[in-house]
Design a protein around this ligand. Structure first.
Ligand SMILES: Cc1cc2nc3c(=O)[nH]c(=O)nc-3n(C[C@H](O)[C@H](O)[C@H](O)COP(=O)(O)OP(=O)(O)OC[C@H]3O[C@@H](n4cnc5c(N)ncnc54)[C@H](O)[C@@H]3O)c2cc1C
Length: 329
C-alpha cells in the first residue's frame, strides 16, 4: 500500500497525552483527524479530581522532560500558562526513617490542573467525548468504527491510531492483527490505588511531597504546594506492587489498609475527608520499549506510554513520533 497517498482521514482512539500529541502533529501536516474519547474530557491519566471544596491531581503527579523535542513542547505549554515548574520540599521514607531527598530533577506540573496541557492540545482538534470505540473493522481499504454509545460511526477512515493502554488495545486488536495483539498482551501494566485526603487545616509536616519506600504507600503529596493551587488536599498513591496484588479490594478495604500505613508514617487523618480511586492500568508497559507501532499494510498505528518506557514524556513522544513516521512513510 502506498500509505502516503492513502492517509487523508485518520481516527485517533484515546485523548490522553499520546493521542493528543499524535492528533495535533497529524493535523499540522494537513491531515484530517477525528479523536474519539470514552470519558468526558481530555488528558486521560493526567487528571485532577475536583469537588466544590477541594481539588487534587489524582493521576500523574508531575512530569520531567529530557528529550529535546519534549523540552520544546513543555516550553510552549509554560509560555501558554498551562504548565509550570514545581519545586517541592521532598523527603524520602525508607527503613522506617525519614531523610531529605537529594533529587535534582526539574519537575513540571500542569497549571492550574494536571489536565491543563491536554486541554491546551485539545483546542482546535475535532474530539468526540463519551465515545467508547468497541470494534474496528477494515472493509475495502477503509476503517469502520463501532462505538458503545452511538453504534456505527458514519465517517470512514484510512488509518486508525490506538492511543489507549495495552489491555484495552489488546481487546480491539484480537481479530485484527494477532502479532500486534500479542505485543499488547506482553505489556505488564500495574494498578494504582489512589487516596485523596482533604484536611481542613495545614498539616504540621516538613515536606510538600515524599517518596515512600518498602511500604504499601509509595507517594504522598500536598496539592497546595504546586503552582496555582491551594487548599489542604493530599494525594496518596499505593505502591504498584501492593496496588496490583490488591486491585480487587473494595474501596473501603483499600482505604483501611492505606490509612493504617498513614498512621505508621505519622499522619493523623481523623478530621480528613477521604476519597478513593482505583486506576486499573496506571503504569508499566513493555519490558523493551519500541516507541510506537505502525502497521501500514492494514492502516493501523499504536502509541502510548506502555510502548515507550511509561510516563508523560514517553507517552507524548510515542504519539509525536508515530505521527512523524506516518508523514515520512
Ligand atoms: C496514579 C498515577 C500516577 C502517575 N504518576 C506519574 C508521574 O508522576 N509522572 C509521570 O510522568 N507519569 C505518571 N503517571 C503516568 C502518566 O499519567 C501516563 O504515562 C500518561 O498520562 C499516559 O498517557 P497515554 O496517552 O499513553 O494514556 P492515557 O492517559 O491512559 O490515555 C488513554 C485515553 O484513552 C481513553 N480510552 C481508552 N479506551 C478507549 C476506547 N475504547 N475508546 C475511546 N477512548 C478510550 C481513556 O479514557 C484515556 O483518556 C501516572 C499515572 C497514574 C495513573
Amino acid at each position: 500500500m502506498n500509505s502516503s497517498k492513502a492517509i487523508n482521514q485518520v481516527a485517533v482512539i484515546g485523548a490522553g497525552i499520546a493521542g493528543l500529541a499524535c492528533a495535533s502533529e497529524l493535523r499540522s501536516y494537513g491531515i484530517s483527524v477525528d479523536v474519539y474519547e470514552k470519558s468526558r474530557g481530555p488528558s486521560g491519566r493526567m487528571s485532577t479530581r475536583r469537588t466544590q471544596e477541594w481539588s487534587a491531581d489524582h493521576g500523574a503527579q508531575y512530569f520531567t522532560a529530557r528529550d529535546p523535542r519534549f523540552i520544546e513542547e513543555v516550553q510552549s505549554w509554560v509560555l501558554a500558562g498551562t504548565a509550570a515548574i514545581w519545586k517541592p520540599k521532598l523527603k524520602v521514607y525508607e527503613a522506617k526513617a525519614w531523610r531529605e531527598s537529594h533529587s535534582q530533577d526539574i519537575r513540571y506540573v500542569g497549571t492550574p490542573y494536571m489536565n491543563s496541557p491536554g486541554k491546551h492540545l485539545a483546542e482546535g482538534l475535532s474530539i468526540q467525548y463519551e465515545r467508547t470505540i468497541s470494534e474496528l473493522e477494515r472493509r475495502d481499504g477503509k476503517w469502520h468504527l463501532q462505538c458503545s454509545e452511538a453504534n456505527e460511526i458514519t465517517t470512514l477512515y484510512d488509518f486508525v491510531v490506538l492511543a489507549i493502554p495495552a489491555p484495552q488495545a489488546s481487546a480491539l486488536l484480537k481479530h485484527l492483527d494477532s502479532g500486534a495483539a500479542h505485543i499488547a498482551d506482553s505489556a505488564q501494566m500495574n494498578a494504582c490505588w489512589t487516596m485523596m485526603a482533604n484536611f481542613p487545616h495545614q498539616l504540621n509536616v516538613e515536606f510538600d511531597a515524599a517518596f515512600i519506600n518498602q511500604e504499601i504507600i509509595s507517594w504522598i503529596c500536598q496539592n497546595g504546594s504546586k503552582p496555582m493551587r491551594q487548599g489542604g488536599a493530599w494525594t496518596i498513591h499505593g505502591s504498584p506492587h501492593w496496588s496490583q496484588d490488591n486491585v480487587e479490594l473494595s474501596k473501603e478495604q483499600a482505604q483501611d489498609q492505606m490509612l493504617q500505613c498513614l498512621t505508621t508514617l505519622g499522619f493523623n487523618y481523623e478530621d480528613a475527608e477521604i476519597s478513593m480511586h482505583r486506576w486499573r492500568y496506571a503504569s508499566g508497559g513493555l519490558e523493551n520499549s519500541v516507541g510506537f507501532l505502525s502497521l501500514p499494510n492494514i492502516g493501523l498505528g499504536l502509541c502510548g506510554d506502555w510502548l515507550n518506557g511509561g510516563r508523560v514524556e514517553g507517552a507524548w513522544l510515542s504519539g509525536f513520533n508515530l505521527a512523524l513516521a506516518l508523514k515520512q512513510a
